[in-house]
Design a protein around this ligand. Sequence first.
Ligand SMILES: *Cc1c(COP(=O)(O)O)cnc(C)c1O
Length: 465
Amino acid sequence: MLYSSTRGNAPARSLRELLSRGTAEDGGLYVPEAWPELTSSELATLSGRAYDQIASDVLALFGGAEWQQCDFTTGIRKALAGFERNDGPPLSRLDDQMWSMELFHGPTLAFKDYALAPLAEAIDRELTITDKRATVLCATSGDTGAATANAFAGRSRANAVILFPEGRVSDVQRKQMTCLGAANVQAISVRGDFDDCQCLVKNLYQSEAAKEYSYTAVNSINLARILLQASYYIYASVKIHNDCGQPVNFAVPSGNFGNVFAGYIAKQMGAPIGKLIVTSNENDVLPRLFETGMMSKAETIPTISPSMDIQVSSNFERMLWILKGRDGNATRDMQKQLAEKSIYELSQSQHSRLTKDFDAMKCGKDDALNTMRQIHKQFGKIICPHSATGYFAADQLRATLNGPIVVAETAHPAKFPTAVEEALGTLPETPVRLEDLFAREEEFTTVDPTVEAVLSVIDGIFGTP
Ligand SMILES: *Cc1c(COP(=O)(O)O)cnc(C)c1O
């Protein structure tokens, strides 16, 4: 299978080639030329397997024979087998309709680990096969950076550079990026917001230095990462569907539209999925788009759920490409309009096609805090402020949806103790992994949001390659 650019003007590549690339040369994102389809018996077989096996099977479907020959599969299984729970994200039924899917049992306690730990193994394998080195660039609203730092720390063929927005990540998130003591990982605090960090990464790819440093991307612009996340939607939907025979809906706390797009991929592959509910905090660019058909950027507001403080949902470009009938030129024009005028509008038919698969809802601070109290009272469960937006939307929409609703719990509450304390009056228990982290020294540099400033830090630390 080959992958082409959403902007239609770059060479098609294999999944293996995408491991060591960021965006396509034309500035677009890679998308598969077709979705591999699974029959219901193939789906049932998959759901009966160990989770690390499911993830490597799904990637092998997308990667084809070359992927198998290069044995990326072993590394992916190894990474996931090292999770605290190897049997897939825990699913529990909360009431007659609501389920939880806890995606925070990996090494850095957020769903990002499910993709980044195996992706780091695959990238390492690719660098070994080709006898190369690379610099992994990562813009983060907090959790991707933590997962990236952890996944790449101590590797000999890759350095990792992590850009996070100054003062806009939680203390736990920052320490997870800055206390590793690994010489090949550098965290950089950027005087700006997440969108500035994301923009810097995109510009670094397009810069001259990109060729020297062989940058690669682990943000959700890296398609392999999204494909890895499709696995838990397949796993959960088949398991729950077996139980009740109805299509399974998911509520997904969203920012960059990566996680929920992985759910859409699972649905395209044939998984028994109903609606995908995109939930946001006050930064409601996505709910506004789903309601009005208009994508319009606003200022990013700092909230109690910082991992969703995003106004430019990069991955929506992949969805836009699908809505535009896979027309690269049309997609490029829309993205250009967004960059220049901060706005574009979907046609009526594109908008209705979108709302066939997706629903969306914003959840402000008061609703999130109330939901955290409610879920604690009803089910004795402490949830993080991101997951709260999912539970809020699931509760609001339950009467309108057929079948079960699974709330994707995207992070462990201990990553956001301030919000938990504000909601419940008590602090969540600190997992052992974090206690160890808190005892260590932090190390990071702060820069202005310019390519030159970031490059000078990279040059200073890792030297000219
Ligand atoms: C990254 C993140 C999100 C947003 O996910 P996207 O893939 O960017 O939509 C939501 N919640 C948490 C805890 C996250 O770390």
